[in-house]
Each structure stands twice: as C-alpha cells, then as structure tokens.
Write a protein that binds this ligand. Structure first.
Ligand SMILES: [Zn+2]
Length: 274
C-alpha cells in the first residue's frame, strides 16, 4: 500500500507561535538549500515521491531549488506566500497571499499547482471560509486540516480521512486530505509528522501507519527541511514552543530513513490520480 509523503518547504525560522517569531523583511541565514537537497537524495535512494508545499517567498528566493524538486519527479504545491495564519487574515488578504504564491510556483515549473497546505494547519472552525476561496482559485485539493484540537490549530469535527467539505450548505469539489491520526479510546491521536514524528519512538510511528493502512487509507507523513538539521540557528521561543520546535531533531533523519525503508511513498497528486 502506498502512503503519502509531504514536505512544507520553508526555512528554519518560519514559525507562527506568536506574531514576531520572524521578521519578513529581515535577512536570515539560508539553510533550506542544503536541507532540501538532503531530503531529495534520501527520497531518490528509497524511490519515494513527495508533495512539496512551497512557501511563495521561498520560491521567489530559490527558483533553482524548486526546479530541481520538479525535475526529480515530485509534486509542487503551495504553502501560501508569507507564512501567516489564515485565522488572523481577512478573506481578501488570504486570497491575495495564496494567488501570489500559486503563481510564483507555476511560473517556475510551468505547470498548474493544484494543492494547498495552510501555514501551521490554520484552517480552523474560524477560517473554513478558506476552502471556498481555494476552490475559486482552482485548487483541486487542500491538506490544511488537523482533525484534532491544539492551542494553535485544529478542526476537531473533521473526519480522519479524505473528504469533500461542506461549506454554506454546498458540497465542495475541493478534496480535503487531513493529517493522519489514529483513534485510541475515542480520541484522535497524531503521529505522522512534525513534533509528533520527532517525539514518538519509531515503533509507534510504524504502528500508526500500519493501523491507518489497515483501515484502507494512506498515512500522510509531513516534515519540514529544518527537522533534519540539528545545526540550525535557534529562535527565541517560550519553553513550550522551544520543545515543540526543536524536540527530537537530532534523531529525526535516522527515523525518516527507517520509515522510508519500510513503507512506500508517493505524492498527494500521485496517490489520488489528480
Ligand atoms: Zn509552514
């Protein structure tokens, strides 16, 4: 059974725990090229294909890197332009941010971008209007929903597996591909990416993927290039955010390699034949 591998293509400082984690006008050390090339090498070695949700500002700065990802046969999708939380934007600002970002990637690869993932899973009960705008902008799927509730994100009423969302009494054509969870004691527990992937031991991650596969669905694994980079500079964060952002980074690449060896991965587009 195929699973789905996704990378949010952003820099080590693109975080939204609070408003001023990073200054969009400041110049920071570039780490994304070396980290992404390392991911591409690992994916090639293990015959894995992925979807890269590219931040528009990253595409603008590193068009060669985006071309390289496309030439390696991966899917290019968008992660918005400036990594701002949707639920803090107006619909008009969101629409402008996403159309800019979509166009940046399309201009580089010469192909339509059909997928979107929100910065920090920010399609929440306050911002489901975003689905309607994504459909209007020509997106075929969205992968922005975490079907749980955390202090930063989550749409707890969301189904666990892909579906066409309802908006204003209408079923959208847009396909929602929510992040993977397993059901334990009637709770949805994340395991397949980011902090959860870094924090959980390898046997629990494989058990999670196998459980989702037994239910007839692909697991959606997600990572960021910075998560395999123990040498990155450190952001000033609260102790809780520091833990979420950096826990387990030193062992993450090794764990990823084990997962790539054990399971088959493709892109969202490849899995659903979009
Ligand atoms: Zn992001």
């Amino acid at each position: 059974m195929q699973n789905i591998l996704t990378i949010d293509l952003e820099e080590w400082f693109h975080a939204n725990y609070h408003d001023d984690v990073f200054d969009p006008h400041k110049t920071y050390e570039v780490r994304i090229i070396q980290n992404t090339k390392r991911l591409l090498a690992l994916f090639a070695e293990h015959q894995a294909k992925a979807t890269f949700f590219v931040l528009g500002s990253v595409a603008e700065q590193h068009p060669r890197l985006i071309r390289e990802i496309a030439e390696a046969g991966h899917e290019l999708a968008t992660h918005g332009y400036a990594h701002q939380l949707i639920y803090q934007q107006t619909a008009a600002v969101f629409k402008e941010d996403v159309s800019q970002a979509k166009k940046r990637v399309e201009d580089i690869v010469g192909k339509s971008v059909i997928g979107y993932r929100a910065p920090s899973w920010s399609i929440t009960p306050k911002s489901i209007w975003a689905w309607d705008i994504l459909e209007e902008l020509g997106f075929v799927y969205d992968a922005s929903v975490f079907p749980i509730k955390t202090y930063l994100y989550g749409l707890p009423t969301s189904p666990r597996f892909s579906y066409h969302p309802q908006y204003n009494g209408r079923t959208l054509n847009l396909l929602e591909v929510p992040s993977s969870t397993v059901r334990i004691l009637n709770k949805k527990i994340p395991f397949a990416g980011g902090f959860y992937f870094r924090a959980l031991p390898y046997p629990l991650i494989t058990r999670g993927i196998k459980t989702v596969n037994r239910e007839g669905h692909p697991a959606i694994v997600y990572l960021h290039p910075r998560e395999i980079d123990p040498g990155q500079p450190r952001l000033t964060l609260s102790p809780k955010e520091n833990l979420i952002h950096y826990y387990g980074i030193s062992g993450c690449e090794k764990k990823l390699i084990r997962v790539l060896k054990k399971f088959k991965f493709t892109s969202v587009e490849g899995y659903y034949g979009l």
